[in-house]
Design a protein around this ligand. Structure first.
Ligand code: HEC
Length: 196
């Protein structure tokens, strides 16, 4: 194979720079024109959805790589996590016996029902998501930065969640009290419009 001369390299560098500049300028002009719709009432294209989900999944996996989970089997830990879930998560994600709030369901992406349609995550990845949140989605970060133990309690509960019916959830999260059903209306399109 021939080694490119210095003149060739100069030309290649020039073309790369010009292409890069054009992409930047094109992006700026597109944003400036306002042609892109930021409406949350319409979903993303399937390809946009796939790219965003791909990036999000890989980001979580990479950032969670060094985290070592503690044992998550303790019933006390699960009960504590259930109480946190009821007060901090259920109004967006719903819970057994309480469907997703229709207002939260209209978010883009909409919060999935974590009991029935959570993506597959390792424990350490769930921990990372609950502790840090997911940028640009409305999934908020844990409120107390120093309380990893409380985050692990939520992770312990999330693992138990798919096995709970409404009564078991009520016992665990509310000590047997009825689940508040203020907004007991089905989400518009459960999970169908997650990051469309
Ligand atoms: C303001 C609404 C809101 C609140 C409150 C909220 N979330 Fe979320 N959550 C979201 C949204 C939106 C997503 C992103 C869904 C997506 O990317 O498709 C999400 C994603 C997630 C995911 C990843 C789900 C998946 O299938 O990949 C987990 C796990 C999660 N949330 C757990 C929690 C927990 C635990 C709490 C409470 C500590 C909580 N969330 C509080 C809105 C919320």
């Amino acid at each position: 194979m021939r080694i490119p001369s210095r003149i060739h390299l100069k030309w290649i560098a020039r073309i790369v720079l010009i292409t890069f500049g054009e992409i930047l300028l094109g992006g700026f002009l597109f944003a400036w024109s306002g042609l892109y719709s930021v409406a949350a009432s319409r979903g993303h294209l399937a390809i946009t959805n796939a790219i965003l989900t791909f990036g999000m999944r890989n980001s979580v996996k990479t950032h969670a790589a060094g985290i070592v989970p503690p044992s998550l089997d303790s019933n006390d830990l699960i009960t504590l996590g259930a109480a946190h879930f009821q007060s901090g998560c259920a109004h967006c994600h719903g819970a057994p016996g309480a469907p997703i709030n229709p207002i939260a369901g209209s978010m883009l992406p909409s919060p999935p029902n974590l009991a029935t349609s959570m993506r597959e995550w390792r424990d350490r990845e769930l921990f990372w998501i609950v502790k840090n949140g997911i940028k640009y989605t409305g999934m908020s970060a844990w409120v107390a930065d120093q309380r990893d133990d409380e985050v692990w309690a939520v992770v312990a509960f999330l693992k138990r969640l798919p096995a709970l019916d409404a009564a078991a959830y009520r016992d665990l999260a509310l000590g047997g009290l009825p689940v508040p059903r203020k907004v007991a209306v089905k989400s518009r399109q459960p999970n169908a419009h997650r990051r469309r």
